[in-house]
Design a protein around this ligand. Structure first.
Ligand code: PEP
Ligand code: MG
Length: 546
C-alpha cells in the first residue's frame, strides 16, 4: 500500500482498477515529401475531420456540462481556422517540403510556447488547448479513431488530460481520474468538477511510474490522496465512506434546479462565495444562483507584486463570463488583519484587526483603489456585476467610495473605454457601527451584505483568529442577531436588498431566523448551496417559530 498526494479538484471518492490513459502518441517524424501541394490537401481534409469530431464533442459537452463549459470546443474549432496557425502550417510544408503531421506539430509547439510565455494566467492555460487541437489534427492525419476508454469502469491515470480528452471520457466508465501534472485553473479541472468525476491532479511523476494497468487504487478527491494497492482495512473504510458520500450527495442532488422557496412561498437567493476563479466549477456544479462574494484579495495574496489593471480585468471578466449573466458580487480588496501581504509594506500594528485593513487601505492609497475599480468597471460589460466594499463604519467613507467610483468611470471614459451603467454598489455590514447607522447608509447604496465573521468578532470583542476564545464567541449571540435584524429593516425601509455572506449564512439552524428577518440572499461556500436550499424549502414562515 502506497499513498500519493495531489490536489483534489472535485470532492468525491472512488475505489477501483487503474487504467493508464493511452493516447497512441508515437512521436511525429519529419518526412521529406515530393508533393507539398498534396500534403496541404491532406492537412485541409484532416482539419475538416477534426472539426466534425469537435462538433460531436461539443454536443456531448453541451448535454453533460452545459453551454458555458462546452464553448471551449467551439473555440477549438475557431482555432483550427485561425489564419496565423494555417499560414504557419502551409508555410512549413512549402518551405521545408515536409509532411503535414510534422508541420502541425512544429507550429503547435511554437504557438504553445508563445501562450505559455504570456504573463496572463488565462492565456498561459491556452497552451494546453493548442496542444489539444494539434494532437487531434495529427490523429486525423494518421487516420486514428477518436479517443476511447476501456469498457470496465476504471480510474483513468494520465500525465495530463486535455479538455477534449476529459469530456470525451465516457462518464459511466470512469470512476475517477488522476493526473501527474495539470493546473487547477485548467478547463480540464473545471470540466471534472462540472462532470462530477472524482479528480486529483498534480500527483507527480512518481505516482505515474509506480502504477500499472489493473492496480487497485482509492482516490479521495476531497483531500487529494490516492492510495495504491490499499490493504483490507483501507478497502473496507473506503467502501463505507463511498456509500455515505453517495447517499449524502444523492439526497442533495435532487434539489438541483429547484427553487429556494419556503413551504409558504417566500423565495430567496442562494449564492456562492469564492476566493478564486478556480472555484467557479463548484459554483456551477452546486447550482448556485450567483456569486454573492468573490474575495478579490486572493488575487493579491497569490502574487509577489500588485496585480495590474489588466490582470485584474482578465480575472473579473472570466468570472462574469463563466456565470453567463448570473449576478456576481465582487468585494474590493480586504487586506490587513489576518490577510497580510508583504509587498504592501503595512506597518506593524498592536491590534491589526482594529487597524489599517480593507477599505481603510483603499481610501488611504487612492491609486491602488482606482486600479481595482477601473478593472471592475471594465469587466462589468461581460455579465451582471455588483461591487461591494468591506469594513464600512461611516457615511463619510461611503461618500468617498462613491466619489472614487465616479472618478474611475470618468477616467475610463477619458481613455475611450466602456463599462456597464447597471453595476450595483453595496457595502458589507461587518462592524456594529455600520449596523447601527444602517438607516443612514441604506439610501446611499444598492444593497447590504452582512459579514457575520467580522460582525461577530467586533460585536463580541472576540478575535476571530484566537481559538481559545471559542467559548466566549457565541455565533448565535442575541446582540449579533439584533444588529442583522436592524440592518435588514433599514435596508428594506429604503427599498434595498440585504444578504448574508459570512459563515453564519450556511448555519442551517438559523436559516428560518434569517428568512423571518427578511434576508433576501444567503451566500455560502459552493458545497453548502444545496444544503441551504434544503433548509429554505423545509421552512414554513406561516407557522409559529418552533
Ligand atoms: C465576514 O467578515 O463575514 C466576511 C464575509 O468577510 P471575511 O471573512 O473575508 O472577512
Ligand atoms: Mg470580513
Amino acid at each position: 500500500m502506497i499513498t500519493f498526494e495531489g490536489k483534489g479538484v472535485y470532492g468525491a471518492l472512488a475505489l477501483g482498477k487503474v487504467s493508464i490513459f493511452k493516447r497512441g502518441e508515437e512521436p511525429v517524424r519529419r518526412i521529406r515529401v515530393s508533393d507539398p501541394e498534396a500534403e496541404k490537401k491532406r492537412f485541409v481534409a484532416a482539419k475538416e475531420k477534426a472539426k466534425a469530431q469537435l462538433d460531436a464533442v461539443y454536443e456531448k459537452a453541451l448535454k453533460e456540462v452545459g453551454e458555458t463549459n462546452a464553448q471551449i470546443f467551439e473555440i477549438h474549432k475557431m482555432m483550427l481556422d485561425d489564419d496565423d496557425f494555417n499560414d504557419a502550417v502551409f508555410g512549413t510544408i512549402e518551405s521545408q517540403s515536409v509532411n503535414a503531421e510534422y508541420a502541425v506539430a512544429v507550429t503547435a509547439d511554437n504557438f504553445s510556447a508563445m501562450f505559455a510565455a504570456m504573463d496572463d494566467g488565462y492565456m498561459q492555460a491556452r497552451a494546453a488547448d493548442v496542444k489539444d487541437i494539434s494532437d487531434r489534427l495529427i490523429a486525423c492525419l494518421k487516420d486514428k479513431k477518436d479517443e476511447k476508454t476501456s469498457d470496465e469502469p476504471v480510474i483513468i491515470c494520465a500525465d495530463d488530460l486535455a479538455p477534449s480528452e476529459t469530456v470525451s471520457l465516457d462518464k459511466d466508465k470512469v470512476l475517477a481520474f488522476v493526473t501527474a501534472h495539470g493546473s487547477v485553473n485548467s478547463h480540464t479541472a473545471i470540466l471534472a468538477r462540472t462532470m462530477n468525476i472524482p479528480a486529483v491532479i498534480g500527483a507527480g511523476d512518481e505516482f505515474l511510474s509506480a502504477i500499472k494497468d489493473g492496480d487497485v487504487a482509492f482516490v479521495d478527491g476531497y483531500s487529494g490522496k490516492i492510495i495504491v494497492d490499499p490493504d483490507e482495512k483501507t478497502v473496507e473504510d473506503a467502501k463505507k465512506r463511498i456509500a455515505e458520500d453517495k447517499e449524502k450527495k444523492r439526497l442533495l442532488q435532487e434539489l438541483k434546479g429547484k427553487e429556494n422557496v419556503t413551504k409558504d412561498g417566500k423565495k430567496i437567493n442562494v449564492f456562492a462565495n469564492i476566493g478564486s476563479i478556480d472555484n467557479i466549477g463548484a459554483v456551477l456544479l452546486n447550482d448556485a444562483g450567483g456569486i454573492g462574494l468573490f474575495r478579490s484579495e486572493f488575487l493579491y495574496l497569490e502574487k509577489n507584486d500588485y496585480p495590474t489593471e489588466e490582470e485584474q480585468f482578465a480575472a473579473y471578466k472570466r468570472v462574469l463570463e463563466s456565470m453567463a449573466g448570473k449576478k456576481v458580487i465582487i468585494r474590493t480588496l480586504d487586506i490587513g488583519a489576518d490577510k497580510q501581504v508583504a509587498y504592501f509594506n503595512l506597518p506593524h500594528e498592536e491590534n491589526p484587526a482594529l487597524g489599517m485593513r480593507a477599505i481603510r487601505i483603499c481610501l488611504t492609497r487612492p491609486e491602488l483603489f482606482r486600479t481595482q475599480l477601473r478593472a471592475l468597471y471594465r469587466a462589468s460589460e461581460y455579465g451582471t456585476l455588483g461591487i461591494m466594499f468591506p469594513m464600512i463604519t461611516s457615511v463619510e467613507e461611503v461618500t468617498e467610495i462613491l466619489e472614487a467610483c465616479r472618478g474611475a468611470k470618468e477616467s475610463l471614459k477619458a481613455d475611450g473605454l466602456t463599462y456597464s451603467e447597471n453595476v450595483e454598489t453595496g457595502i458589507m455590514i461587518e462592524t456594529p457601527a455600520a449596523a447601527l447607522i444602517s438607516d443612514k447608509l441604506a439610501p446611499l447604496v444598492d444593497f447590504f451584505s452582512v459579514g457575520t465573521n467580522d460582525l461577530t468578532q467586533y460585536t463580541l470583542a472576540c478575535d476571530r483568529q484566537n481559538p481559545a476564545l471559542d467559548r466566549f464567541c457565541d455565533t448565535h449571540h442575541e446582540a449579533v442577531l439584533k444588529l442583522i435584524q436592524m440592518s435588514a429593516e433599514n435596508a428594506h425601509k429604503y427599498g434595498k436588498w440585504i444578504g448574508i455572506c459570512g459563515e453564519l449564512a450556511a448555519d442551517t439552524t438559523l436559516t428560518e431566523t434569517f428568512l423571518r428577518m427578511g434576508i433576501d440572499e444567503l451566500s455560502v461556500s459552493p458545497s453548502y448551496v444545496l444544503k441551504v436550499r434544503e433548509a429554505v424549502r423545509n421552512a414554513d414562515l406561516s407557522k409559529e417559530k418552533a
